[in-house]
Write a protein that binds this ligand. Structure first.
Ligand SMILES: Cc1cc2nc3c(=O)[nH]c(=O)nc-3n(C[C@H](O)[C@H](O)[C@H](O)COP(=O)(O)OP(=O)(O)OC[C@H]3O[C@@H](n4cnc5c(N)ncnc54)[C@H](O)[C@@H]3O)c2cc1C
Length: 211
């Protein structure tokens, strides 16, 4: 089965190859937050990626939205994304929550990574706010798999909004969860300095208004 198509691209740019995938599973992991697993209809492999990567999901309603991959894999047969329903959605997350069902097919881009994890940091401190946890979560798993030291600061409006806290695939232990009702910016003042400051890498993903 040919599951690749090409989309029109801006003049002078390469055509983007799209991949047809099928929604294989949906799991609710927090308030208004679901995990969606996509696979090729023929069960084949998907392009590899590293933590921090995202895919474009092309929805049947004509909208396209980006979502970060939450499970690190160099030889994936599925893509897993965590999606928060935006209460003011113009149709992206709203369509996914209301219309997209297991078995439906749609087109996605291959993964792109504008947010790669530093390979050589001695200690990594991760900060995430709200649904901004998704690429950070992938990084934490990758660091844990590599036995590298890391720490996660995760802020959310409330504990029921915290994705992954009780996800069955969670195998991470050195995880600091911070729940706050204050604006997410408040947690950014947590001490990220230490004697190893210069050898430390910090990754932050936060949602500025809502989380
Ligand atoms: C690289 C990347 C990775 C991402 N990863 C994730 C992820 O893992 N999980 C996830 O849930 N989301 C992720 N997102 C966000 C996601 O792509 C969508 O933006 C999100 O789902 C909202 O889309 P929507 O269509 O539901 O809402 P939209 O209709 O796009 O609305 C989003 C917000 O914008 C506001 N808005 C509406 N119109 C305007 C306007 N004219 N001007 C200004 N603001 C307006 C709305 O009030 C609403 O709060 C990511 C985005 C990027 C760029």
């Amino acid at each position: 089965m040919n599951t690749l198509t090409e989309t029109a691209a801006a003049p002078g740019t390469a055509r983007a190859v799209l991949i047809e995938v099928q929604l294989a599973a949906v799991e609710t992991v927090a308030r208004d937050t679901n995990i969606y697993t996509f696979r090729r209809p023929d069960g084949g492999r998907l392009p590899p990626y590293k933590a921090g990567a995202h895919i474009d999901i092309h929805l049947p309603n004509g909208l396209m939205r980006q979502f970060s991959l939450v499970v690190p894999s160099l030889d994936p047969d599925s893509y897993v994304v965590g999606i928060k329903l935006d209460a003011a959605s113009r149709g992206g997350s709203r369509y996914i929550f209301d219309e997209l069902r297991v078995g439906h097919t749609l087109k996605i881009s291959a993964p792109r990574n504008n947010f790669p994890l530093a390979e050589n940091a001695e200690h990594v401190v991760l900060f995430a706010g709200g649904i901004g946890i998704t690429p950070i979560w992938c990084m934490a798993q990758e660091l844990a798999a590599q036995n590298r030291p890391w720490k996660l600061y995760y802020s959310c409006r409330s504990r029921p909004d915290m994705a992954f806290r009780r996800w069955k695939n969670c195998r991470l232990t050195p995880c600091t969860c911070i729940s706050t009702t204050k604006p997410p910016a408040s947690f950014l003042i947590l001490p990220a300095s230490s004697t190893r400051r210069r050898r430390m890498r910090t990754f932050i993903v936060a949602v500025p208004i809502r989380c």
